[in-house]
Ligand binder design. Structure first.
Ligand SMILES: CC(C)=CCC/C(C)=C(\C)COP(=O)(O)OP(=O)(O)O
Ligand code: MG
Length: 349
């Protein structure tokens, strides 16, 4: 079957775009029927200290204007990483995980999304962002120019200095793993931008392929280093380990599609997420498509849990890594379900 024709007409969501009518939003709570495991509760003292350190870091590097600090506080970066990394060995590694999370969001907001971002010229911006963590090697003169170039805006500064801290405690192999996963993320951003520019409506499987790249994977990529150990490259690279990693990352990224659905519908009804793509392809209403998206999430989450359990039986080290992935997924769900500054569920139940 050939891919659907590039639609000439703009992508119009099947449901009425107004929230009040079709998808009235409701505050907080978990998506009913979503398969998930309870998270380890966040220690408020840890959350407060990580937030204090992150705000000082962001202000010290002049990452963004003062006017953005209300949204910065509302994102709850400290609570996110404390929930996502219950096994972190110390506050320093937890804070570095928070800096990486902050940097990833600064790049996404400023280069791709609504804080100055655009599909137009995105590739040129992202190649420089990648270089901020993936150093350039050339002549002394051009290397000096590169070093200066990596300090010219908040996205580049945030990536560059957060990675410097991560590389100070991660192994070279763990650091290289992270660079690879950020490159995957940037490829996903470029695909999302290309489809927005051409108004292409992907098949459901095509959308899920894109979302495997435009994905929380760089955050899960660091779970062993933050917990103070290494899953060796030779084990990490095995196809079955790659598969459970991708399944966990895909499940947790679909959770974002479910919790950010009303926000994205209100901001831009053409913004692609799993319910919108299911609705467009299956000619379903938004509610039926949303509920089908929960089912898709649950199938992926169940595959992760069953295959991770089978692999864990043969190796305590793999069990520790799989538990780190599962904890990140649980913590990220709890963060989404309780962050009513950012996310409100549709009133479908
Ligand atoms: C933190 C990180 C690695 C983000 C990379 C990809 C990303 C921005 C998400 C998975 C979140 O998706 P989305 O762009 O839909 O963000 P919000 O829905 O606005 O939270
Ligand atoms: Mg989203």
């Amino acid at each position: 079957m050939s891919a659907p024709p590039v639609s000439a007409a703009p992508f119009t969501p099947p449901g009425p775009p107004d929230l009040a009518g079709s998808v009235r939003a409701r505050r907080g709570g978990a998506v009913p029927g979503l398969h998930h495991r309870p998270a380890v509760p966040a220690d408020p003292a840890k959350v407060e200290e990580v937030d204090r350190r992150l705000e000082a870091w962001a202000r010290g590097l002049d990452l963004f204007p003062d006017a953005w600090f209300a949204d910065f506080a509302g994102f709850q970066f400290g609570r996110a990483v404390v929930l996502q990394h219950p096994g972190a060995v110390d506050l320093e590694r937890l804070t570095t995980a928070g800096k990486l999370l902050l940097a990833e969001n600064v790049v996404d907001d400023c280069y791709c999304e609504d804080r100055g971002g655009s599909p137009r010229g995105l590739g040129g911006r992202l190649i420089m962002a990648q270089s901020a963590i993936d150093p350039f090697h050339g002549t002394p003169e051009t290397e000096a120019q590169w070093r200066d170039g990596m300090q010219t805006d908040g996205p580049r500064r945030s990536y560059h200095w957060a990675l410097q801290e991560y590389a100070a405690f991660a192994t070279p192999s763990q650091t290289d793993r992270f660079l690879h996963d950020i490159a995957r993320l940037h490829l996903g951003y470029l695909a999302e931008a290309a489809w927005a520019e051409t108004r292409y409506v992907p098949r459901v499987w095509e959308y899920l392929v894109m979302r495997q790249f435009n994905n929380f994977r760089p955050c899960l990529s660091i779970v062993d280093a933050v917990d103070g150990y290494e899953l060796p490259e030779a084990v990490y690279a095995r196809p079955e380990i790659q598969r459970i990693t991708a399944l966990a990352c895909n499940a947790t990224t679909i959770v974002n599609d479910l919790y950010s659905f009303t926000k994205e519908l209100a901001n831009d009804p053409t913004h692609l997420n799993l319910p919108q793509v299911v609705a467009a392809n299956d000619r379903r209403g938004l509610k039926a498509a949303y509920l089908r998206s929960v089912d898709i999430h649950n199938e992926i989450m169940t595959a992760f849990e069953e295959e991770a359990a089978a692999l864990s039986a043969g190796s305590p080290l793999v069990e520790r890594y799989a538990e780190g992935l599962a904890s990140w997924v649980s913590g990220n769900h709890e963060w989404h379900a309780t962050n009513t500054h950012r996310y409100h569920l549709p009133n479908y139940w």
